[in-house]
Ligand binder design. Structure first.
Ligand code: UDX
Length: 451
């Protein structure tokens, strides 16, 4: 089967390579010529474990190509996936749909015959109806059906999530031919559906909402445990053990209950804000006022981290050296969009600290975003003469650090665990001052963490 994928970022590049891996002939399309050239050479422009291998195999098979040419894309296939970004508008909560609409306008103007446009981007509810109107407004003679098939992939697990998704959701237009659309999409995902993946057929609005409500739920779960961490800290309780204990209840579940610096990245923060903005437009803003609280609990973690570092440095950061371990918004990613770690590093520097940052994969992206911070080539180097070591992204490499690795280089044996990912006993027993964001356990009790 032939198909195009518009947008070659985290979502689109992964989708294009994985669809070719499934045996389809795929053309990836992006306006960024440099990105297209890199992908065509087999280079992934971002860090995503497993994707370089899938890309290499797909290119080698001759089933995957990339282009910037919309004429070529329009002529290539009759199934088109839409995977461009929907960032937050500058100075507003709403999502910016300019990339989505630009692809729609450019493509519709070039198509003839029958085509299926399948949206994958995270969009405000109502976007596919808006797309239908835009297509009609171009006056195209083509018969273009619109369907919505939200993507749930996590960075760091993008290939596995694409090839083995928890579920496939397909939003259908009742004015079109839903059965024909389902048949086409089943053909696309046949190998995945054969693995008994649940396939949910729904209307367009529900499909759009499924994605944003899933992300809103995940964000709420994280902010819930972080709110509990504030209470635990005040009461002298241990939020990590609390999360283990409530997580054993199957109705709650332990995943996404890791307290700490909170959520960042290109999705959760902007998605909950865009969701609130859209609910407001629909006259349902009251339904989502809790998300404002979810957002502010999350942002408060960053301030709490800066305060904790300030206290650990004796009440002022002026003249102190701080080592920041981790810059990506989460491990197994080089993405620094709305990264809590970099935000904290920037705040510490503004308050007068000399900040040295190390991340296993996100150095290049961090340098572009925060050029004034100091960057080092290793965790040990970042800790040189440090008055406090801050672990802000839970990379495996940092979990394996031992007190003896850092003792020869630090000025003070102070460690602050922003992700509650270290074993406090190991550091305390080695004579370090250990602080956990969200409360330091007074008695280090044995607990069984299932992360
Ligand atoms: C998220 C959704 O999980 C995914 O389904 C959707 O398609 C895109 O948005 P992603 O942005 O890749 O994926 O990151 P995710 O793994 O969800 O983590 C988001 C943030 O939450 C990270 O900053 C992470 O550190 C933080 N987090 C996660 C916590 O603070 N605690 C947790 O328990 C889990």
């Amino acid at each position: 089967m032939r198909m195009t994928v518009f947008g070659c970022g985290y979502l689109g590049a992964t989708h294009a390579a994985c669809m070719a891996e499934l045996g389809h002939d795929v053309l990836g399309v992006d306006v960024d010529a440099e990105k297209v050239a890199m992908l065509a050479r087999g280079e992934v422009p971002f860090y995503e474990p497993g994707l370089p291998e899938v890309l290499a195999r797909s290119l080698e098979s001759g089933r995957l190509h990339f282009t910037t040419d919309f004429d070529e894309a329009a002529a290539f296939a009759d199934v088109h996936f839409l995977g461009v970004g929907t960032p937050q508008k500058r100075g507003e909560y709403a999502a910016d749909l300019k990339y989505v609409f630009s692809v729609v306008d450019e493509l519709a103007a070039r198509l003839t015959g029958s085509h299926l446009l399948i949206g994958k981007s995270t969009v405000p509810v109502g976007t596919s109806v808006e797309i239908k109107k835009r297509i009609a407004a171009t006056g195209t003679s083509a018969d273009i059906s619109v369907a919505w098939n939200p993507e749930f992939l996590r960075e760091g697990f993008a290939v596995a999530d694409t090839l083995r998704p928890d579920r496939i959701v397909l939003g259908l237009d009742p004015d079109g031919d839903p059965d024909a659309v389902v048949a086409k999409v089943e053909e696309v995902y046949a190998p995945i559906l054969a693995a008994e993946t649940p396939f949910l057929r729904t209307d367009l609005a529900t499909a759009e909402l499924v994605k944003v409500s899933a992300n809103a739920f995940l964000a709420t779960k994280i902010s819930f445990i972080n709110a509990m961490s504030e209470v635990c800290e005040a009461a002298g309780a241990d939020v990590s053990t609390l999360a283990d204990a409530i997580g054993y209840d199957q109705r709650i579940g332990r995943r996404f209950l890791n307290a700490g610096l909170g959520f960042g990245g290109g999705c959760l923060p902007k998605d909950i804000r865009a969701f609130m903005a859209r609910a407001g437009e629909l006259g349902a803003s009251q339904a989502l006022t809790f998300l404002r609280e979810v957002d502010s609990i999350n942002m408060r973690r960053r301030t709490a981290m800066v305060e904790l570092a300030t206290v650990a440095c004796g009440g002022s950061l002026l003249g102190s050296n701080i080592a920041v371990l981790g810059a990506a918004f989460k491990p197994e990613s080089d993405d620094v969009r709305d990264s809590p770690a970099l935000n904290v590093a920037g705040q510490l520097q503004l308050k007068g600290a000399a900040v040295s940052v190390y991340d296993p994969k996100a150095m290049a992206n961090s340098r572009k975003l925060f050029p004034t911070l100091d960057y080092t080539d290793s965790a040990r180097e970042a800790c040189h003469l440090a008055d406090a070591v801050l672990v802000l992204t839970e990379w495996a490499e940092f979990l394996e650090l031992k007190p003896a690795d850092l003792e020869p280089v630090v000025r003070k044996k102070v460690i602050i665990d922003g992700r509650r990912c270290l074993d406090p006993a190991v550091w305390m027993n080695a004579g370090w001052e250990y602080h956990g964001l969200g409360g330091t356990p007074r008695v280090v009790a044995p607990s069984s963490h299932t992360r």
